[in-house]
Design a protein around this ligand. Structure first.
Ligand code: AHG
Ligand code: MN
Ligand code: MN
Length: 337
């Protein structure tokens, strides 16, 4: 079979894009290049001084690891130089980064990203990732504005993630299915390895931080018990799989079938994950692969955006499993302490 690189694939598919074809293609290519550079650093994290925490706290109040900063800087530099976006929003930056340079003057897109997802796993050689989400700007000209990011997830023109795992993969969608590319380190190219990914409608893995059990809503507690019950017909008990890197957990479930849940907890009454650069892009990918993503009640991609770092609960994965968990949520509406 002929090997198809990310660059070749993007050019071949460019006619599928409804709008600003060349620009979106170049933007996806810029992301691929930044991903390779970040992958190079991630893969030597155990060697370099870069290992460890900077001691700074990010806008979410969490410790920032050095690789978060590196990945953030790397993606911002590549996106600024590429000139296809007029603003960037990142988990690591409190405000948006408007881009005001010669090449970005005519840029038609904005991008939101989680430059390093799963940062608690950097020091222990467990997969981490990058998540990105691309919108058409709504502002008319000049550098992008906050309004460009206050769009519903349904308006995304492309979204994807990179997983820095046992191999490095880039998975993305432009709204016409989901394709996965694996980096061949010997040639330094992402090669199409998982064309037109479809997620199983049902699965037998559930992924959530069970340490928070006592603080889960009753519906989630009851669903977890349901997953643990014996029932041959539905292949229960299900297996529990939770890495703590959302990208890795959701990627595994995408390929094998499963459900990932980060519900509200008493500690995080709005959930932990961010709508703009974690939940919306992952929801777009999962839906495009035939799965489902909700906040327990409502479709993630139809939630209104009102602040940049807004959080939401997330139920995502195989359609039948997400629907079953939502049934439990509906039946047990009260929130426990
Ligand atoms: P980030 O590293 O970007 O802050 O995201 C981590 C997220 C998600 O990837 C993961 O599934 C979840 O937080 C883990 O949270 P807990 O440690 O609370 O389970
Ligand atoms: Mn994250
Ligand atoms: Mn992050």
């Amino acid at each position: 079979m002929r090997v198809q690189t990310l660059g070749q694939f993007i050019i071949e598919k460019q006619n599928d894009f409804p709008y600003a074809k060349g620009e979106l293609s170049r933007l996806l290519r810029d992301i691929g290049i930044a991903a390779k550079i970040v992958n190079r650093e991630v893969s030597k994290a155990g060697l370099a001084e870069i290992l460890g925490e900077t001691g700074e706290i990010n806008v979410q109040g969490e410790n920032v690891k050095k690789l978060d900063v590196f990945a953030n800087d790397q993606f911002i530099a590549a996106l600024k130089a590429g000139g296809e976006v007029c603003a960037i929003a990142s988990e690591e930056n409190e405000d948006i980064i408007p881009i005001d340079n010669e090449v970005s003057k005519t840029a038609k897109y904005v991008i939101a990203m989680d430059p390093l997802d799963g940062s608690s796993n950097i020091d222990v050689n467990v997969s981490v990732g990058t998540i990105f989400s691309i919108y058409r700007r709504v502002s008319l000209s000049g550098p992008g504005t906050i309004e460009d990011f206050m769009q519903q997830g349904t308006e995304q023109v492309a979204a994807g993630y990179i997983i820095y795992g046992s191999s490095c993969m880039l998975v993305y969608t432009t709204g016409r299915g989901v394709n996965g590319f694996t980096l061949d380190p010997s040639i330094g190219e992402f090669c199409l390895s998982n064309p037109d990914i479809k997620t199983p409608q049902d699965g037998s893995m559930y992924s959530l931080n069970e340490g928070n059990y006592l603080h889960f809503p009753d519906g989630v507690k009851k669903y977890v018990k349901y997953c643990q019950e014996e029932d041959k017909a539905t292949n229960r008990p299900y297996s529990s799989r939770y890495i703590g890197s959302g990208v890795a957990d959701i990627h595994r479930n995408l390929l094998k079938g499963g459900v990932y849940i980060y519900p509200t907890t008493t500690k995080s009454p709005n959930g932990k994950l961010r709508l703009l650069y974690e939940c919306n892009p992952l929801a777009f990918i999962i839906e495009q692969a035939g799965g489902k993503a909700t906040d327990g009640k409502k479709r993630i991609m139809e939630k209104g955006m009102h602040e940049l770092h807004q959080r939401t609960p997330l139920f995502i994965g195989s359609t039948q499993m997400v629907e079953k968990a939502m049934e439990f949520m509906l039946k047990h509406e009260t929130v426990s302490s």
